[in-house]
Design a protein around this ligand. Structure first.
Ligand code: AMP
Ligand code: GLY
Length: 431
């Protein structure tokens, strides 16, 4: 099979790396890809919102399966586009259609879905210009901190958690009346604050059946001790020590199964990954958010823990036969450390020369924001998150030690990484 992976981050490098290992894989293409994906396949330049050019590419390169890495093309309806074009309609697209992708693309849609199917989630209500005053009154009835979420995609910045009531009211006004997050905050979901510890659970579904994938925990803040600004993610670990078998079974029963049943009931033919952003409050799981794709940097620790042939699983998603496949996992822990550009997630510079020694051991290097300089052939930084270093270990500590031992040797001017990934899990069970 020839496979086209859309995207250019560490997640897509991890997915392409795993697909390239499959005996079913003839060629893997990554569009647009990065300097690292060149080592596992062929990069093809494209704009991810240019569905026409992606379709042309699929025909020209004789692609048998399209895997969509990031959310934007899914929320934009790439799957629907393929289904509508006669010459593309038989190509399996891994990723949901436009309507189902609203689970990520609209917080209001996602909350309505959770409420309808009694999926545990924070109590909430949605407000817009027409009922702005009701939003202020709703805030008054809540206890702090106040959680305000822009309804639409806002590049991971659309959630505000505010301690002060007056400030929360002010922000609600900025979001709704002054388009703080553009069109994305025309509607705002206000919800009850849940106090607990977060984890990410992933499922691959063919619309009828599903497979649970290894869970992970990511570290979103730039600073050690989970301080400072939110980022795309500074590291991840899998499995999550506090996620016992009983707790994961509860997640499957109370959250995963009703979600799959709900999608079926809504007539949404969901084929792809579902990412459940969860929070454990006491012993109970609640959904914080749905994403319609794998996480990044969760994919960099989750994908290496899948022993089975990922391409065989994707082919089964395409023809709705996931139930015929046994999925096997790697029992070792995996840990990922994200090396980022100095200044990220605020202003940072690009084009810094990266050195990656040839003799790194006990790690997999997934590229994120990297590019090959056309003139020199050297690898340079091209984004905030630059390189993800993943290592296995007997336990979480061991995996992290291996990842850190290697992260030290990868170099570029201004490089930064958190030294405390997993810090909050150290005293938890079976580490
Ligand atoms: P989201 O973009 O929905 O993932 O939200 C970003 C982050 O805000 C989450 O990862 C949580 O840390 C936090 N968050 C969102 N909703 C809540 C909530 N209801 N209670 C507590 N924290 C929340
Ligand atoms: N790491 C969180 C995300 O991919 O959204």
């Amino acid at each position: 099979m020839n496979v086209l992976v859309l995207g250019s981050g560490g997640r897509e490098h991890a997915l392409a790396w795993k697909i390239a290992e499959s005996p079913l894989c003839d060629k893997v293409y990554i569009a647009p890809g990065n300097a690292g994906t060149k080592n596992v396949g062929v990069n093809l330049p494209v704009d991810l919102d240019d569905f026409y050019s992606i379709g042309k590419m699929v025909i020209e390169y004789d692609i048998d399966l399209l895997l969509v890495g990031p959310e934007a093309p899914l929320v934009g309806g790439i799957r629907d586009y393929f289904l509508q074009r006669k010459e593309l309609s038989s190509i399996p697209v891994i990723g949901p259609g436009k309507k189902a992708a609203m689970l990520e693309g609209s917080k209001d849609f996602a909350k309505a879905f959770m409420h309808k199917y009694q999926i545990p989630a924070a109590a909430s209500a949605t407000f817009q210009k027409e009922n702005f005053e009701d939003g202020l009154a709703y805030l008054e009835r809540l206890t702090p901190p106040y959680v305000l979420k822009a309804d639409g995609l806002a590049a991971g910045k659309g959630v505000l958690i505010i301690d002060d009531l007056e400030q929360a009211k002010d922000e609600l006004s900025k979001m709704i009346n002054e388009s703080k997050f553009g069109e994305a905050s025309a509607k705002v979901v206000i919800e009850e604050f849940l106090d607990g510890i977060e984890l990410s659970v992933f499922v691959l579904t063919d619309g009828i059946h599903y497979k649970m994938l290894p869970e992970a925990k990511d570290y979103k803040r730039i600073g050690e001790g989970d301080t400072g600004l939110n980022t795309g993610g500074m590291g991840s670990v899998s499995p999550v020590p506090f996620a016992s078998k009983e707790f994961l079974d509860k997640i499957e029963r109370k959250i995963v199964q009703p979600t799959i049943e709900g999608l079926k009931n809504e007539g949404l033919d969901y084929r792809g990954f579902i990412f459940f952003g969860l929070i454990k409050v006491g012993d109970e799981p609640y959904v914080i958010e749905y994403n319609c794709r794998m996480g990044d940097p969760e994919a960099e620790s989750v994908i290496p823990r899948i022993k089975s042939d990922l391409l065989e699983l994707f082919a089964a998603v395409g023809n709705q036969s996931l139930d015929t496949i046994e999925i096997e996992f790697e029992h070792r822990y995996a840990a990922t450390v994200m090396i980022v550009s100095g200044g990220y997630p605020e202003k940072y510079s690009k084009g810094k020369l990266i050195t990656i020694p040839d003799n790194l051991t006990n790690c997999i290097v997934f590229h994120s924001g990297t590019t090959v300089d056309i003139e020199t052939g050297l690898i340079k930084t091209s984004g905030g998150r630059v390189i993800a270093v993943t290592s296995y270990g007997r336990n979480m500590k061991d995996a992290l030690e291996n990842a850190y031992a290697n992260s030290k040797h990868i170099d570029f001017k201004g490089k930064y990484y958190r030294k405390d990934i997993g810090f909050d899990l150290e005293n938890k069970d079976d580490v």
